[in-house]
Design a protein around this ligand. Structure first.
Ligand code: ATP
Ligand code: MG
Length: 444
């Protein structure tokens, strides 16, 4: 059923080496699931009777990925293969692990310690071994917890998010009892670290079905624990003719309209996050959300810091949220340059994508023309290499000091003034013209 040629030779060799050394070993997990689905696996995991120490004796290059948990990464050409000693289920009471022994003696014990049936198929290099009904669920396209779902989620609550995430990645439905347990025990997600939650959220957002995933997070009740600010958008009516959906449905529509880029999808997810808290209603009964972009930027920073996103991603998402309402109608080139200045070159394309997705997710009639015009102008500016930032000026701080300017804030002020001039007149961006201009500013 699995053509071994679809597994890289290096990974197959690791399995063979383990077996030749007398250790029962299998490919297991997402890679086998993906191969059976005709998808290209991301990475290959092996479970084995060998302990990590024994694995280290067999292979030259091994990284201790999680020795405590029996995982060693064997380095091979173009990557690594995760080799994990058979585990067994540990007893949990109220989410607390009871005892320390977690290594198992057999593949049977190992698969029972895994999360979902489709993630528990073994491949010995020849045939698939199904100990928990994974093949039937694979053909029914169902994600089912192994054993009693509640017990699995009590052991590790992240599995609830893994269920939603994997179902979006491979377009499976979640089996009804598994889904019900997630709804009943959603609050357990509070026991999980923000980093693990973030990693699953990222995978939902960059999956094939990001809006389905976020909707599932909301419907199961997980969202109100991990992103209460977004949960508050659910059923929040906008009372405004630009919108035919509540805030949450609008956000999902925008998310659905974006390309698969994490920064862009995070920005889509959070672009209207401040709508509930900035809502006001005028005397005609029309809803407004003044400053929801700037308040939204601040909220997004708080949320992303809480979820331990890196600084660069957090800043870029914040910038896109702050600027998402900067919808320019037939702008002058200098206005577009100032917009690029505010977003940075790396984010201007994303901003236009976000604005288009936002328009498409709002009430018709839609007008996409201004975005085409904006994109053309951005391309023109970038192709021409027109100066946008102080660093693009043909003159620098050192030149000004040589010309007799005082070191300190004066330099920055003069450079800013020069940039302002050059933004309107790029042809002035040469040393001679800028020196002249600087001297004129000095004498004023
Ligand atoms: P992908 O690699 O595409 O993200 P995956 O299913 O391979 O998906 P991994 O995180 O690589 O996920 O984990 C490999 C395997 O380890 C899983 O298929 C599953 O059998 C098991 N596993 C991972 N995380 C858990 C968990 N929290 N609880 C139980 N089993 C898990
Ligand atoms: Mg994997």
């Amino acid at each position: 059923m699995i053509d071994i040629k679809r597994i890289p030779d290096e990974a197959v060799q690791v399995l063979k080496d383990l077996k030749t050394n007398g250790y029962e070993s299998y490919f297991v997990g997402g890679s086998i699931r993906d191969l059976l689905l005709g998808k290209k696996p991301k990475d290959f995991d092996i479970c084995t009777a060998a302990t990590s120490d024994q694995v280290k004796e067999i292979f030259k290059k091994v990284i201790d990925t999680g020795l405590k948990f029996g995982t060693a990464s064997v380095l091979v050409k173009n990557g690594s293969v995760e080799v994990t000693t058979f585990r067994k289920r540990v007893d949990f009471v109220n989410g607390e692990r009871q005892g320390v022994a977690c290594f198992g003696n057999s593949p049977e014990e190992d698969v029972k310690a895994r999360d979902f049936t489709i993630n528990s198929l073994l491949f010995d290099g020849d045939k698939v071994i199904d100990l928990v009904g994974g093949l039937a669920d694979l053909s029914d396209r169902k994600l089912r917890a192994i054993g009693v779902p509640v017990d699995r989620f009590n052991e590790d609550a992240l599995r609830m998010m893994r269920a939603i995430r994997i179902s979006c990645q491979i377009e499976f439905s979640i089996e009804v009892n598994t889904l019900q347990a997630i709804c009943d025990y959603a609050g357990l997600i509070q026991n999980v670290s923000q980093e693990r939650v973030r990693d699953e959220l990222v995978k939902v957002l960059t999956s094939e079905l990001p809006s389905t995933g976020v909707r599932l997070l909301q419907e199961t009740g997980i969202l109100k624990f991990i992103l209460p600010e977004l949960d508050a958008c659910s059923e929040f009516r906008q009372r405004n003719s630009y919108h035919d959906k509540d805030v949450f449905e609008h956000i999902l529509a925008v998310l659905e309209n974006t390309l698969n880029d994490l920064v862009l999808r995070l920005a889509a997810l959070l672009h209207d996050i401040a709508k509930p808290c900035t809502f006001s209603i005028d005397e005609k009964g029309v809803g407004h959300f003044y400053n929801h972009n700037t308040v939204g930027q601040k909220m997004s920073q708080q949320i992303m810091t809480r979820l331990k996103f890196d600084n660069k991603t957090t800043q870029s998402v914040g910038t896109l949220i702050r600027e998402h309402m900067s919808k320019l109608q037939t702008p002058r080139l200098s206005t577009v340059k100032k917009l690029i200045q505010r977003t940075g070159i790396e984010n201007i394309g994303r901003l236009i994508d976000l604005q288009i997705a936002d328009e498409a997710g709002s009430a018709p009639p839609h007008n996409f023309k201004p975005f085409d015009v904006l994109r053309e102008k951005v391309e023109y500016i970038i192709d021409h290499g027109d100066p946008i930032n102080i660093g693009d000026l043909a003159i620098g701080g050192q030149d000004l000091i040589t010309m007799g300017f005082n070191q300190g804030p004066e330099i920055g002020r003069v450079l800013k003034q020069l940039l302002k001039h050059v933004i309107d007149n790029p042809e002035f961006n040469n040393k001679e013209k800028l020196s002249e201009m600087a001297m004129r500013i000095k004498s004023e």
